[in-house]
Ligand binder design. Sequence first.
Ligand code: ZN
Length: 526
Amino acid sequence: MSKGAKRKRKKAGKIGTRREDSRFSSMNISTIEQHKRVGSKFVPPLAQIPKMTTSSWSDHHMPEMLWAVLLAGALDRPHYLPLLRKIAIRCRSWFVREDDESAEKQMPDPETGLNFSVVVDQTKLAEISDEEFHNFISIPLAHPLGYAALRPILLIDDLPGIARWKREIDVEPTGDDWNTLASAISRVLDHQSEASTDIRWFKVIIAIISGRMQFPTSFGERLEEFRLFPDKGDMRSVRPSIRAMEMTLRRSTPAGWIEKYWAQALRDTRCIDPSEGQGYTFVDTGIDPDSLYAARDRIIEKFRRNIRAERVDARLDSAFGLVLYALSILEEIGMHRIHTRIVGAVALRSLAEVCITLRSLASTDSPAMWQSYRVYGAGQAKLAFLKTQQMHGDLPNFLDESALHLIANEDTWQEFLDIDVGHWASSNLRKMASDCGDKDIYDMYYDWSSAFIHGNWAAVRDSNFVSCHNPLHRLHRIPRVAHRELNSIELDAIGLTSDMITVLEKLFPGDEKIPRVALRGTALPQ
Ligand SMILES: [Zn+2]
């Protein structure tokens, strides 16, 4: 995408129904409204189900199907699906019972859930007879690529029944087989990928054709779709249905060898750091300094024209001051090229708050509120000043005692000035934004930018870690060589600042228009 396209001015976002043009729109994602509020938490629908336990495909259940993963990794789909089908038919007899006790045998245990063992997985393949094993493995080995596909399995020291696998395949694995294994695993780390769904279908079909699951007659059509997969029915519903059923066909306690397998993979293969060689980058700003300084000059001129004789004009000082403060932040964003850096997100958070504060003050436009904003600030300066007076040892360098004393005493002698340790409008930013009809600004800018101010895990993860590209390492995180470039906040910062200038023009009407800050190469509405 070109820089110009990226900088297209965005329309104000509103929280409502799900966006259809998101790349995540086809995923099962519960909306905020579908969560249930419990105290300070929003609990998603699935987590509200009592005794719900989670079970991980990629961590625990996929490795059990390693042989199938390798086939799906090395062969094209038109080749591996018929193999899976053939194996299902041949292995069906391992599970068929003469008596009709199957339903009782697979009743769920109330503590651990259903421990489903009707599955041709690595654990089962170590339990069957030599003859059954030979019958099973001769199907993939008859394929021209069968040996090459399955050979990497011999690398796994703790694979159940490894000796028999070695005997049947009878070739030495090479170092390159780790790459084959990695490539196969990369296709199934996502539990909803095509290869994952195909392998999960195999598990389901074995349970069905061995008669070890009972279904109501109304399920007939779906069973037929499973039987003829992937050639019958609408895959948009068949595939999720396969995955949902596979989740009920899992061993409740993953086998012990699986953790050893992941540990071996981590020990025997190296991390692949996608950030290797990436240094620090500073992207030049698109903020047009001429327009920024012109806006500032014009605002100062306008301020001068509006000065009145009264000693303290809270409305004038606060409204102009907030806009000048926003312009200062914008200037620092541009001139110091921080728009794609962590400090850029911190700056955007500050701009969002400053913008909501001005819009809230302007919406009531009451002398008491302008005064309250100002007195609160002076009280904060007094509090900081008093702390410097009671602090022993060296003061922090950033504290400027004289400036604090000046501001604390500017309007009123500080001995008559209250210190308010609450919020200046006895409110909070979210409520203020809602009250003045600006919840959209809050929703768009506040939450994620706050993560960077607070250094919460998500911001730390986003900026300083990268997922290792070795699929055998299960997407673990490794530190970035240099912290990453984030999406630019310039356009959003300019939008908030322009919005504040519009508010200022309404508060102090006049003939002369204040220019807006422009982004080079982009015509912003004036
Ligand atoms: Zn790694």
